[in-house]
Design a binder for this molecule. Structure first.
Ligand SMILES: Nc1ncnc2c1ncn2[C@@H]1O[C@H](COP(=O)(O)OP(=O)(O)OP(=O)(O)O)[C@@H](O)[C@H]1O
Length: 255
């Protein structure tokens, strides 16, 4: 079980509180959407949850262990973290980029063991990258690179997956497919935490929602209980209506 929990987490940056006394629990096999306005602290919360940023106060526990006490290689083999707008820093093929997601599982020297090839091919296929496998990552479009980074994040089948805005830059078909893959990972037992601005998408794929405003927790719980007109109106400081038709939820901003 890879339960992730944040207890009373506070973090200051540039002399300001960016997270203040935040409690949140992310369960195995559940997909949690983290929502909130720009600057609310979503990316910061994800970095803290990934064990990449140390809070000034409070504790992050992964499977009951303080995340700061988990050795980097072991942590990297358990959790994958994908930041907002990742960049390809140097020219490697898409296939090699995806294979980098296996680094924590591989011996430090030698070539890539052949037994990992099916995992790489599977990740390329799931994000519609088979035709791009030989292309340099520095020559991809923004959406193609976003898909390659998602494939890299999931190739080693992490038990904890933390993704910041996975659908940014993706066309509707690939955004739908990426969402389906994230949902499938959660259904397979992975703890999935996703920062999202697309509330319709959150309504479709999330089991739980954490709503952050000004670094504080405004609401957290089952998606249906958090994605409500009153909570979203308070979260975004504008009137929000939630319309439910059959099993579809549509969120409308404005009067
Ligand atoms: N390195 C930093 N130094 C100082 N302040 C920072 C730093 N990084 C982020 N902040 C501030 O922390 C706050 C939260 O930023 P964060 O990126 O977590 O917000 P967010 O909810 O992810 O926003 P967005 O929706 O725009 O991506 C913002 O006010 C931001 O200006």
């Amino acid at each position: 079980m890879t339960r992730l929990s944040l207890a009373d987490v506070t973090l200051r940056r540039g002399g300001r509180f960016v997270l203040e006394s935040v409690d949140a629990v992310f369960e195995a096999g559940r997909l949690t959407a983290v929502i909130g306005p720009n600057g609310a602290g979503k990316s910061t919360l994800l970095e803290v949850a990934a064990g990449l940023l140390r809070p000034d106060a409070g504790e992050v526990l992964l499977g009951g262990e303080p995340i700061r006490a988990i050795a980097p290689r072991r942590l990297a083999s358990i959790r994958a973290y994908l930041p907002q707008s990742p960049r390809a820093e140097w020219p490697v093929s898409v296939e090699r980029l995806v294979a980098l997601g296996l680094s924590p599982q591989l011996p430090a020297f030698g070539s890539l063991p052949a037994r990992w090839q099916p995992a790489i091919d599977g990740a390329l296929a799931r994000f519609d990258l088979l035709a791009l496998r030989e292309r340099s990552a520095t020559r991809l479009s923004g959406g193609e690179l976003a898909r390659a980074m998602l494939a890299r994040a999931v190739v080693a089948e992490p038990r904890l997956l933390i993704v910041d805005e996975p659908s940014a830059g993706l066309d509707p078909r690939h955004a739908h497919e990426a969402a389906r893959q994230l949902r499938a990972l959660a259904d397979g037992g992975c703890t999935v935490v996703v920062a999202l601005h697309d509330l319709d998408l959150a309504a479709r794929i999330a089991d739980e929602v954490v709503a952050l405003k000004d670094g504080r927790l405004l609401a957290a719980g089952p998606a249906r209980d958090v994605l409500t007109g009153p909570i979203l109106t308070a979260l975004y400081d504008m009137p929000v209506k939630v319309e439910e038709e059959a099993r579809d939820v549509s969120i409308r901003f404005g009067d």
